[in-house]
Design a protein around this ligand. Sequence first.
Ligand SMILES: Nc1nc2c(c(=O)[nH]1)N[C@H]1C(S)=C(S)[C@@H](COP(=O)(O)O)O[C@H]1N2
Ligand SMILES: [Mo]
Length: 527
Amino acid sequence: MATRQNGAVRTLRSPWSLAGIIAGLGGIALSYLVASVMEIKASPVVAIAQGVIRITPGAIAEFLISIVGTLDKPLLVVGILVVVTGIFAWTGHLARRAWWAPALVFAVLAGIAGVAVAAEPGTTLTAGLPVVIGFVAWVVLLSALTEPLERAELAEQEAEADRDRRTPTLGSAAQSRRAFVLRAAMIGAATVVAGSAARLIGGGRRAVEESRRLLRLEGVSAPVVPDTARVGVEGVAPWLTGADDFYRIDTSLVVPVINPSEWQLRIHGMVDREIIVTYDDLMARETIEGFVTLCCVSNPVGGDLIGNAWWSGAKLSDLLAEAGVSPDADAVLQTSDDGWNCGTPLAALTDDRNAMLAVAMNGKPLPIEHGFPVRSVVPGLYGYVSGTKWVVDMEVTRFDKIDAYWTQRGWGELGPIKIGSRVDVPRSGENVEAGAVSLGGVAWAQHTGIAKIEVSVDGGDWQEGTIGDAGVIDAWVQWRADITVEPGDHLVRVRATDLAGVLQDPVERDVLPDGATGYAERDFTAT
Ligand SMILES: Nc1nc2c(c(=O)[nH]1)N[C@H]1C(S)=C(S)[C@@H](COP(=O)(O)O)O[C@H]1N2
Ligand SMILES: [Mo]
């Protein structure tokens, strides 16, 4: 029966199970690649491994770990891969009978992976994307592989039924088998490439994570939040934002991973002498530290694209003075490792506001997502004109010669942060007990400082609340207002006044081109 042409294929005991295995591993490799590119720490297989560890009773887990030593996690991952490879072979067999049967098995596997990913700490909805992509890849790849196999079997059946057409149809069965081998080889190769690329991306990051963890930063201290900064209303944003809770805004799909030993910053342009700063140079300089509240220009009224951290680093005005800035310059074009740039008013980098090249956030080396190893922090300016993460280049220049990333897209050139305030408590639509109610929130006017906040309930008179005091004008304040309310629906609004006596702008404006204005409000019900 077997001809010479299809003999090679016949020796594969079952091309159907092979199709299942190749499609299955292909889907895993693709989903792993997506997870690596998206910097999702737990790729689906690792998440399942973590899930297995989590649901294994402690004593058994400890016993297993004790026999396999520190290899427990890789071993577990390999074990899971072996088990699923068996399942993939089976899906290939199922595909021979009904197209939906393997899809059902894939759906169950994807469901398990989805639950495992969701159980990982700090998971966001995007972490589910690799699972979805993996599932789609399984279905598509398996049908691409089994389609020529089906054709081959049909051709053979026809040949059996009709002896006369034996030669031509057997030829087409062989052709279909060759199509299968070709597709299997291509998908197999793509799987190896995707898997290796994913490892490379993840591996580079792991190495830098490691060197970040091992860094001991001389002169960097941990933040100490004065008690007076807090107003004691539960539910108000913590005065100091944890690095993990800090909003993140950048244009990079794959965050730059830079080893400190490879980092350097070039300061050039309209200067007397160009300077190159290395990480060691930076660490050898005097460390300055301070609480600075960063804010995104895209933060809408009431929004949460704002956070307050303790930053440590080197003073930018000193570095610029060493380079010798031309009196004709009025801007610094900052560029990051990934090619993003922004134009910063030179004055904000040379005046007394302590603009810095930060190496640490809340007493620890910058998280990779927040600019490791070095970023700029400029009190009083929105991030898009100043807070360059992964900064590697500063060109002293003039605004009339440059057009940076966001200004090209219609955003304002100078980017000073506008006075703002937000209601955090009560939560929107929340039910509170009628009578005495404590409202609370935050207010900011970076580098000027907040003088007072006022609230208005149901359109009534503005009444002054109290504000926390950390003795820092570059950071936000918490505020509280103790009021009494009747049962029913209520609306509270808040406004702030800065230490220069300027009242927050009541006019409602969109974030484009230079930051939203208008007063934040909250509705709640008293019962
Ligand atoms: N390299 C780089 N730096 C960047 C950006 C970026 O897209 N790329 N975005 C800026 C913007 S718009 C803001 S609001 C801040 C946000 O900093 P964070 O992500 O640490 O909160 O980073 C700034 N620095
Ligand atoms: Mo921003």
